[in-house]
Design a binder for this molecule. Structure first.
Ligand code: HEM
Length: 420
């Protein structure tokens, strides 16, 4: 058994671990949801913490809100470059057989800025306005199919379906085949330990299959009139139409993964949070106009991406600690989002907070999430449509969580609906 899994007396056992031995990279801590207790300790005792030995090698943890902001906005010192290790705690280039795709989330300026600019129109306010009625119609169709008064899995029937549907709409992806997008998103982030793929080679094969599929769509659309979907937009835009294919694929994967797991887990996380805080659910029931404030609070509470990683390009002092050039530095958004010195009553889910967008879930600085308004739009529509139909989405069993230190995922959530 993992020595840092500390059930049933989690708090007491975690308090007794010598601080220098704490290793928050272990995916099991996220799966058994004891990770918050570790972060509480680090924020209180050693907010900038060095872990000497772990399965991902040595790394720094940054756990306070303001320190994370300082790092995330300092891209000149803290690099996202894939060749230095990229943006996750596990170095991408250390993974045997992994497909190394070019994507702008793992680039520094100037290339990052040029590529980001090329795909930003897909999530511009004017495009979101066009998407809103389509997302609403499809959300309604999914919700209308659900059984009332019977247990079912919210993750599969609603969270995955809704986010996949929005992605399919964004890409104008063949509708009947849209679950391919879910699969590719899962495969792109999966390590073999998760059981989603058998090996890194198997993952590579599947992602090449994804590339070929998108190439066919690209080839069709480049010969048609420009349309409003992402592929057509990229195929026709002077800034992107000549992108090398691996760059096109890398950026597609970024949009698929960025927009899928994150929003999916916010949809499930919101249901769970409301069930764990019945007073908040009662507030929502009485006043659905709170939904637009509740949405960023759900995203803070869930923190769908637990961290982003950077590599130090020079020596740097932070929180009284000396980070050395070349060190791996992890900004734990999940911890910063529970930091009482930056967020009032940070350990509570409160749907009518005064300043609900004051959170770290979308990151900060030049890499701040490009799809943040699209994510919020989807969540707002979904909750509006849920509220019209159901007085309660009641959680009826224990949630199951993903074995991952990056995606804070809920893999199964049994629920029962009460009609309004
Ligand atoms: C970047 C979170 C939804 C596309 C990011 C980053 C985070 C994040 C933490 C990195 C920020 C940084 O390094 O400072 C989330 C969360 C979402 C979400 C929590 C949902 C609740 C979406 C959606 C899209 C998207 C729907 C689809 C368009 C991207 C892209 C980047 C990004 C393209 C790279 C930006 C860059 O490097 O400049 N996201 N995301 N995300 N996200 Fe999201």
């Amino acid at each position: 058994m993992d020595s840092q899994i500390a059930e049933p007396d989690a708090a007491a056992r975690i308090a007794s671990i010598p601080i220098e031995e704490i290793d928050v990279a272990r995916p099991s801590l996220f799966q058994n949801d004891t990770i918050g207790l570790f972060f509480d300790r680090l924020r209180a005792e050693e907010p900038v913490h060095y872990c000497r030995e772990s399965y991902v090698g040595p790394y720094w943890s940054i756990t306070k809100f303001d320190d994370i902001m300082a790092l995330d906005t300092n891209h000149k010192v803290f690099s996202s470059e894939a060749k230095l290790g990229g943006i996750a705690i596990q170095d991408m280039h250390s993974v045997e057989g992994a497909l190394e795709l070019e994507m702008f989330i793992a680039m520094d300026p100037p290339k990052h800025d040029q590529q980001r600019k090329a795909v930003t129109p897909a999530v511009a306010p004017s495009n979101l306005q066009l998407l809103e009625p389509i997302i609403r119609k499809r959300a309604g169709e999914i919700l209308d199919e659900l059984p009332i008064g019977e247990d079912f899995d919210w993750v599969d029937k609603v969270a995955i379906e809704l986010t996949t549907m929005t992605l399919a709409t964004l890409f104008d992806f063949p509708w009947e085949e849209r679950r391919k997008l879910t699969r590719w998103s899962d495969v792109a982030t999966a390590a073999p330990e998760t059981g989603i793929v058998e090996s890194y080679e198997a993952r590579r094969e599947e992602l090449i299959g994804c590339a070929m599929y998108f190439k066919t769509l690209w080839d069709e659309r480049i010969n048609e009139e420009p349309k409003n979907d992402l592929i057509s937009m990229m195929a026709h835009s002077p800034a992107t139409r000549d992108m090398p294919f691996l760059e096109f694929l890398g950026n597609l994967m970024l949009l698929i993964v960025g927009g899928n797991d994150t929003t999916r887990n916010s949809i499930s996380g919101g249901v769970l949070a409301l069930n764990q805080s019945p007073d908040e659910y009662a507030k929502l029931d009485a006043d659905p106009s709170l939904i637009s404030k509740m949405v960023p609070e759900i995203i803070r509470w869930q923190t769908p991406l637990t961290h982003m990683r950077r590599t130090a390009l020079e020596d740097w002092e932070i929180g009284g600690k000396q980070i050395k050039k070349g060190d791996k530095v992890v900004m734990w958004y999940l911890s910063g989002n529970r930091d009482e010195s930056a967020i009032e009553r940070a350990d509570q889910f409160i749907i009518d907070r005064k300043n609900p967008r004051h959170h770290l879930s979308f990151g900060y600085g030049i890499h701040r999430c490009m799809g943040n308004r699209l994510a919020e739009l989807q969540l707002r529509i979904i909750w509006e449509e849920i509220h019209k139909r159901f007085s309660r989405v009641e959680v009826t069993g224990e949630p199951e969580r993903l074995f991952s230190n990056l995606v804070r995922g809920i893999t199964r959530l049994p629920v029962r609906l009460r009609a309004r």
